[in-house]
Design a protein around this ligand. Structure first.
Ligand SMILES: Cc1cc2nc3c(=O)[nH]c(=O)nc-3n(C[C@H](O)[C@H](O)[C@H](O)COP(=O)(O)OP(=O)(O)OC[C@H]3O[C@@H](n4cnc5c(N)ncnc54)[C@H](O)[C@@H]3O)c2cc1C
Length: 455
């Protein structure tokens, strides 16, 4: 059964339907508060059936459907779209013996950490536990241990998904294998995921955290890091961040209000070996704060210490094939302590290791050959927004000679087809677009970060 008035959808579903005048409507406000999210209606489903009814309703009234959980990767949503907000679907069920979890579409990684880590199991989350599991996994997902465990979406077992025709499908390598391929990398192009089943490696603790140095040492530290990391084994993942620490009570007193450079480090396996590997970095300069230690896996968020609370951000991103001396100089010239950088953070993550290996079950995630991922994060307060964007573009342009011209689907989200095309190689983009024709023939889901082939 379908209804043709938005208000009547509430009678068909268990979840909440909120029109702009309803108090619940405000719950769709995204983590990235710089993005305007103002759909014609927000639906907070409780089940896959609710999502299916919403998609069918949208088709009947000629609306598109966008999907969001936490809003960490928010894109603008306007009155042409209904927003499915999965915030009321946060169930997590851990199978301790099977080392898996079934996770509802609205759960954040923190929900899964809370459920799994008491059993010594390690959900392969990203840098910030507040990020949504499904949004992260449908973009591949690179976490603080990416070089050891590889891409997080390589550890997905199955999905439950609602297609653009409102059909509910159980998707695994054996069932709807084309969707299993495309949902891992294709974001919401092929459907709205309502639950995902993931593997949970056994890892009660790790040796990791971050070492923070004063900006005066940025040149020495960045140079040392760039020469040190190519020799690291797969048991170690690392990134470096040029960071303007906020002068705020939540910042550690040693860092508050300073320009710092942070070396993030996360190692599994022999602790002595990990300690030895980190020695050259500890020897570069005196640390303002050395917070690398043995940590329970539940504290994995401490490696990057990303801000958990909503804030306005402008993100830009590129993949690099290498980080030679000239690239280090360019990075320091535009984002170093004396550059007058307009970014709150510029980070470079080392890839390679298990990230570079194709899993047995191939996916639509591309660009495993990239050596580094660079991301800029600026705070686009209205009076500076234009300059922040321009400066981010200048940083990435300066790194142009080492850029692969590609990007990861999870960073710097965009709906612009030419930007989206950078997330995929040509064959993958074509295949995703062809599958979208099949699973969403009327284009109901064509809102936001949806892969399209531009001829
Ligand atoms: C502070 C911060 C730290 C981050 N760290 C990392 C990191 O370490 N590694 C990494 O890989 N990424 C990282 N990201 C990027 C993050 O993974 C993406 O922005 C991701 O899309 C966020 O998902 P969400 O559900 O939290 O956000 P939302 O804005 O709610 O969703 C973003 C997009 O995910 C897709 N999506 C969400 N829910 C569904 C669904 N049910 N079905 C289908 N598609 C869906 C849609 O395309 C949606 O537009 C980070 C982002 C931030 C802001």
């Amino acid at each position: 059964m379908t209804v043709t008035a938005d208000e009547d959808l509430g009678s068909l579903i268990e979840g909440v339907v909120a029109l702009p005048e309803d108090p619940d409507y405000l719950r769709c406000s995204p983590w990235n508060t710089a993005v305007e999210v103002a759909p014609r209606m927000v639906v907070f489903p409780r089940s896959a059936s609710d999502v299916a009814a919403t998609v069918r309703h949208a088709g009947a009234v000629g609306a598109t459907v966008a999907v969001a959980a936490t809003g960490h990767g928010a894109l603008p949503v306007g009155p042409e779209s209904i927003l499915v907000h999965t915030g009321d679907m946060t169930d997590v069920a851990v199978d301790v013996l099977g080392r898996t979890a079934r996770v509802g579409a609205g759960a954040s990684w923190q929900h899964v950490l809370d459920a799994a880590t008491p059993h010594g199991l390690a959900p392969l989350c990203g840098s910030a536990p507040s990020v949504g599991v499904v949004g992260f996994l449908t973009g591949g997902g690179i976490g603080p241990l990416v070089r050891t465990f590889g891409l997080s979406s390589d550890h997905v077992r199955s999905f439950e998904v609602v297609t653009g025709t409102g059909e509910i499908l159980q998707v695994s390598p054996e069932r709807h294998g084309d969707l299993f391929w495309g949902l891992r990398g294709g974001k919401a192009t092929l459907g709205i995921v309502t639950a995902v089943e993931i593997d949970l490696p056994e890892l009660p603790e790790f040796y990791g955290g971050a070492i923070y140095f004063d900006g005066d040492y940025a040149e020495n530290v960045l140079r040392a890091w760039s020469q040190w990391c190519p020799g690291l084994p797969e048991s170690v993942s690392t990134s470096v961040a040029l960071l303007q620490a906020p002068d705020a009570p939540e910042a550690p007193p040693a860092l508050a209000g300073r320009f710092v450079i942070a070396v993030r480090f996360a190692a599994v396996g022999d602790r002595g070996e990990a300690l030895d590997l980190l020695t050259p970095i500890r020897a570069v300069a005196p640390a303002l704060l050395d917070a690398v230690e043995v940590l329970p896996y539940a504290a994995i968020g401490a490696v990057h210490a990303d801000p958990p609370h909503p804030m306005p951000v402008y993100e830009d991103h590129a993949l690099l094939s290498g980080l030679p001396e000239e690239a280090v100089c360019e990075l320091l010239r535009l984002a170093g302590p004396r550059a007058g950088s307009l970014q709150a953070l510029v980070e470079v993550r080392q890839l390679g290791g298990a990230y570079a290996r194709w899993p047995r079950q191939r996916s639509a995630f591309c660009h495993r050959d990239a050596a580094f991922a660079v991301t800029t994060i600026g705070i686009p307060v209205p009076e500076l927004a234009e300059q922040v964007r321009g400066h981010a573009a200048a940083v990435l342009q300066a790194l142009g000679p080492w850029s692969t011209g590609r990007q990861l689907p999870n960073f710097a989200p965009a709906s612009d087809p030419s930007r989206l095309a950078r997330c995929y190689d040509d064959d993958t983009l074509y295949q995703l677009a062809a599958l979208a024709e099949r699973y969403d023939p009327d284009g109901v889901l064509r809102a936001g970060q949806v892969a399209r082939y531009v001829f």
